[in-house]
Design a protein around this ligand. Structure first.
Ligand SMILES: CC(C)(COP(=O)(O)OP(=O)(O)OC[C@H]1O[C@@H](n2cnc3c(N)ncnc32)[C@H](O)[C@@H]1OP(=O)(O)O)[C@@H](O)C(=O)NCCC(=O)NCCS
Length: 187
């Protein structure tokens, strides 16, 4: 596993990896710490609930001890006739903020999305943060989230030029559904 920031204290070292099933409790606890319980109530959550992240597009950042210190996932959605990915939540452990982990997660995610051939990423977030990764509200004017959100925070980046041309309407979740394992009581 390749660690970023080789010449700094071990506490500031981190590596990006695919999220494993075993990471999920630590990831959920990190989201509670970084965002408070509000992350479960966002409009974006309506597009995530009961779905699995897009294939190959859930990542964690681990510190040198292997602890989860950052998370990002992407989700399959339809924007009118157009297919796209919804990114989020992106979060970094408050104790590890401003060490470049959020940026590394974003760059890694965008790289993998491009490699897998997806055309566009949408998200709801702070434009001053996401502008550095090429996101703007320029292509979301005719699109809507399925619930309350602030329009100026609804951002997109095309990976293929024109991927969102003509996209209009409310986003709809299209990802694989979570299949809950049924435990049958044996009489
Ligand atoms: C936003 C977040 C993911 C950034 O992660 P991070 O690892 O601290 O970010 P990086 O180290 O890559 O970048 C730090 C830079 O981003 C800036 N930044 C952080 N949050 C920002 C925001 N909401 N708006 C604008 N700039 C922001 C910092 O000021 C810093 O700027 P500098 O490089 O000029 O010093 C992290 O702070 C976090 O988890 N916040 C709470 C969860 C959240 O709000 N997530 C959604 C973001 S809209």
């Amino acid at each position: 596993m390749e660690f970023h920031q080789d010449n700094v204290a071990p506490s500031a070292q981190f590596a990006i990896a695919a999220e494993a099933r075993a990471d999920i409790p630590a990831r959920d606890a990190l989201l509670d710490r970084a965002m408070g319980p509000r992350w479960k109530k966002k409009s974006s959550e309506k597009l995530r609930r009961g779905r699995l992240p897009a294939e190959g597009l859930a990542f964690v950042a681990r510190d040198a001890a292997g602890a989860v210190v950052g998370t990002v996932r992407l989700w399959d959605v339809c924007a009118g006739e157009k297919r796209a990915l919804l990114l989020g939540p992106l979060a970094v452990d408050p104790a590890a903020k401003s060490a470049g982990i959020g940026s590394a997660l974003m760059r890694h995610a965008i790289g993998e999305v491009t490699r897998l051939g997806h055309g566009a990423i949408l998200l709801v977030g702070d434009a001053p943060y996401y502008a550095r990764f090429g996101f703007s509200a320029g292509k979301t004017g005719e699109l809507a989230m399925p619930g309350p959100y602030e329009r100026h925070r609804f951002l997109a980046r095309e990976l293929a030029e024109g991927a969102l041309d003509g996209a209009r309407g409310t986003l709809v979740a299209t990802g694989r559904r979570v299949v809950r394992e049924r435990v049958r009581a044996v009489a």
